[in-house]
Design a protein around this ligand. Structure first.
Ligand SMILES: [Mn+2]
Length: 329
């Protein structure tokens, strides 16, 4: 990747805003924090603005960086002083979140997108998209290394390392590649605390998450001879377990671990007319295409879509479509 233009953008501007997508994950937060910190190490002003609040389980990455949610008061004042907005881990403007996107468009001179999702018309004036990158953090590591590697300190390296662990599912997902291992190795050489990061990601869950998991596993259903496995989370289940959707992060990966399951789907009842479907596949189903049929998108092995119908109707529609993507030997 040729980073010369981005180097020029960083060198010649003073105030930056960093944002990411709705439904923040480890790559979104890790990349935003790493970039924000790096810009500050370059002597620039930078703030992080996100549509949604940073999930509790990812707050360990934030490490004192200022973060604002888009609905916060006087945010327009802060962004007014911004030259460039960096949008990371997302290339579709409607996934940035409405308020965050409006603020960025209204107040920044340039909008630069850095992402690894497939997208025909990425947002912004400049888009750096590499669909082979396991996480956006890896692209940022490459940028920082090209710009000035000496500015990568332990907090920045830790945030970048988190993006790799979370987006590859600990080097388990099909997007894992030699470059991801290479960058992870180089980050480990910067004396980051690998076990503290792993503990913060994987051994830091709430009791409400396990109450919700217990409820959700009760809905596990097998379809198409066990090639599809799905689960659902209703508003009633959230109420019963005092949990939020934030607590269900990663649930969709669980049914995929069953032998012979090709597609795993998690349905979430946003309200009685809105259902979010999240997809995972194991070997061949391109779930981004499956999700695309419902106006969603994502990666070949991980994708999502929002349907404007009640959850039980969404289940029927989605399962029917999914069957068409299966191979029957
Ligand atoms: Mn990502």
């Amino acid at each position: 990747m040729d980073w010369s233009y981005l180097k020029h953008i960083i060198q010649n501007n003073d105030a930056f805003v960093v944002t990411s997508h709705i439904g923040l994950d480890g790559d979104a937060v890790g990349s935003a924090v790493a970039l924000d910190s790096y810009l500050k190490r370059c002597g620039k002003k930078s703030v992080i603005i996100t549509q949604d609040p940073i999930p509790e389980v990812l707050r360990f990455i934030v490490n004192g960086n200022e973060t604002y949610t888009a609905d916060q008061k006087n945010l327009a004042e802060i962004i007014k002083k911004c030259d460039v907005a960096f949008v990371v881990d997302v290339s579709k403007y409607d996934h940035v979140g409405e308020t965050a996107w409006q603020l960025i468009q209204a107040f920044s001179k340039h909008v630069v997108c850095i992402d690894h999702h497939r997208c025909d018309e990425p947002l912004g004036d400049y888009a750096y998209i590499d669909t082979t990158a396991s996480s956006v953090g890896i692209l940022l590591y490459d940028l920082f290394t090209a710009y000035d590697p000496s500015l990568i300190d332990i907090p920045i390296a830790s945030a970048l390392y988190t993006t790799i662990l979370t987006d590859t599912g600990n080097f388990k997902f099909s997007n894992t590649n030699p470059h991801a291992y290479k960058v992870a190795g180089e980050l480990l050489q910067k004396n980051i605390n690998h076990s503290a990061i792993c503990q913060a990601i994987h051994e830091n869950y709430s009791w409400s998450r396990f109450g919700l998991l217990h409820e959700t596993l009760g809905t596990l259903t097998k379809e198409a001879d066990g090639k599809i496995a799905w689960m659902k989370i209703t508003q009633a289940a959230l109420e019963k377990t005092h949990a939020t959707f934030e607590d269900s992060d990663g649930f969709v990966d669980i049914p995929r671990t069953i032998s012979h399951v090709e597609v795993s789907i998690l349905f979430r009842e946003i309200d009685n007319q809105t259902t979010r479907a999240t997809f995972r596949s194991k070997n061949y189903v391109e779930v981004n295409k499956l999700a695309g049929g419902f106006g969603g998108g994502g990666h070949a092995r991980a994708a999502g879509a929002t349907l404007n119908c009640p959850i039980d109707e969404a289940v029927i529609k989605v399962i029917n479509q999914t069957k068409g993507f299966l191979h029957y030997a």
